[in-house]
Structures are given as C-alpha cells and as structure tokens.
Design a protein around this ligand. Structure first.
Ligand SMILES: C[S@@+](CC[C@H](N)C(=O)[O-])C[C@H]1O[C@@H](n2cnc3c(N)ncnc32)[C@H](O)[C@@H]1O
Length: 271
C-alpha cells in the first residue's frame, strides 16, 4: 500500500454546502458518505427520473462485468487506471480484478476531497498486487500519467476505465484528454467508458440533468452514442459494442430480461 498522492492546487477541503457528484452517487447507491445537500439534490433529480438509482447500480454492475472479464483473460491485463473512481463501495475495481488475478495493480484517480479521506478503503490490496490513490483532475492527464507511472508499467498494456466521469467534461476537450491518456499506453490496452445518453427516456434524462445543473453541482451533460463512440478512436469494440449498460453482457442467470438504462458503455481494445 502507498500513501495517497495529491495534485498540487486541487481542492482538499470538504464543502458540505454544495452537492458533490461522488456523494450524490453514493446516496443513490445506498451509501452513507453523503450530506443533507447531496441528498436534497439526489431527491430532486429522482423526482424527474425515478430510476436514477437503478442506473447507478447498473453502472457499477457494468464495471464489475467488464473489469472481471478483462482480468480473467488468460493473457489478461493486470494493470488498471480507474479515473473518476467515486467513493469506496462494494466491489471496487481492485477487489473485482484481484478476485480473479491477485497480482493486479490498480491506480485510482478522483478530484473529490472526500474520496481522499476515504482512500484507505481503496488501498486494501491483495499481498501479491498493488493499489494507489491519486487526488487529481481528469483535465490534467499528464499529472495522472506521471503519478500512475509510480505504480503501473505504461510500457505494458493497461485498462483505463472512466465510468460516469467524461460527462463532467462538457466540451470537446474531453476527446483530447482521452486521446492523451490512450496515446500513453501500448497496443493491447483497453478502454472502458460509461456515459449518460438521452437514448432511453430522453425527456426524463434531460429534465433530470436540468435539475442537477441548476443546483450548483459540477455540471453534467449527455452525449449521443455516436459522440461516445468517438472516444474509442483507434480501438476495436468488444462485443456487443456500445450499448445500454444493463445490456452489456448481462448476467443471464439473473431473473428477468434486463431493462435498458440511459447510461451507455463499451469496452475497446487498442489496435
Ligand atoms: C458519477 S461518479 C462515478 C463513480 C464511479 N466511477 C462509478 O461508476 O461508480 C463520477 C465521479 O467522477 C469524479 N469526477 C468528476 N469530475 C472529475 C474530474 N474533472 N476529475 C476527476 N474526477 C472527477 C467525481 O468526483 C465522482 O467521484
């Protein structure tokens, strides 16, 4: 285990007067690491879109299936860079990866100060593996890569996962950021992305986004499937491609046919 590392100049104080994405997300997932201001905006969004907690659960379930699949491959990648980690919850990336490949190394990155204080829960590595936490902003990919190099060998394939975080980068610089991150890793690396769309119950989603953005929380946006697919430039998508998160290799032993959620996701392999 290594000590958490913090990017210079980032907010480190915990502000309980403004809702934070990570804490609202934690509320929707049934966690306790949130404040009244987070629960208020979480409830406000849920009045527009009642199934938003289900979408959050499906996002985590997608992460579990995607990371579990990649770690379980015979020639599997054993290095993971998880950007926009969120507050620790059940089955964090290192637990999923190390359950099948204990030697896996994981670097977590988030810019929320509360996650910094909870980082130790993300650093419970298996004895064979390694975990690290970096307090940094996705808008500083060079900082992230420099910090990641202390734990990961960037000359060998890496899984870069960005779940529910690119929707916070409103402009086209999101493509430059992903381009810089993916340029730094070799062929055979993987990219795992989830992102909200307005493809499923679009009116509800747009109203939920409007309410979210009115509350002073870090603004968010949807992208169309074509706009999300652009992030995978230079990657081939694994089956079934870019789909609603609940439909990406669903666990068919679960009861019932999964219902599509507004979050879409895909896994790509670098060519
Ligand atoms: C919706 S949560 C998703 C958490 C987790 N990846 C998941 O899928 O369950 C989005 C996370 O991205 C983080 N985040 C938002 N903007 C960020 C940025 N510019 N740099 C780093 N992290 C950011 C938030 O703090 C939050 O933890």
């Amino acid at each position: 285990m290594t000590e958490p590392v913090s990017q210079h100049g980032l907010q480190t104080d915990i502000d309980t007067t403004v809702p934070h994405t990570a804490r609202v997300w934690n509320y929707w997932l049934g966690g306790k690491d949130n404040y009244a201001v987070d629960r208020a905006v979480g409830d406000e969004v849920m009045t527009a879109m009642p199934d938003v907690p289900e979408a959050a659960r499906q996002d985590r379930a997608f992460m579990n299936r995607a990371i579990g699949y990649l770690a379980a491959q015979a020639d599997g990648v054993r290095q993971f860079l998880d950007i926009g980690t969120g507050l620790p919850t059940a089955n964090n990336t290192h637990e999923v990866a190390q359950a099948v490949a204990p030697e896996s190394a994981i670097v977590y990155v988030d810019n929320d100060p509360l996650i910094m204080t909870h980082a130790r829960a993300l650093l419970t590595s298996s004895p064979e593996g390694r975990t690290a936490y970096v307090h940094a902003d996705l808008r500083a990919p060079d900082t992230i890569l420099a910090a990641a190099r202390k734990t990961l060998d960037l000359d060998r394939p890496i899984v870069i996962s960005m779940l529910g975080v690119l929707n916070h980068i409103l402009g086209d610089e999101a493509y430059d950021i992903v381009g810089q991150l993916t340029a730094a890793v070799p062929t055979g690396s993987y990219l795992v992305i989830s992102h909200p769309t307005a493809e499923v119950r679009g009116d509800e989603v747009e109203e939920a986004m409007r309410r979210w953005n009115e509350q002073g929380a870090t603004p968010i946006r949807t992208r169309t499937p074509a706009e999300i697919a652009r992030f995978f430039h230079g990657f081939e998508l694994l089956e079934p491609g870019l789909v609603s998160l609940s439909l990406w290799r669903p666990n068919l032993t679960e009861v019932g046919q999964p219902q599509p959620v507004h979050g879409f996701g895909a896994v790509g392999r670098k060519l």
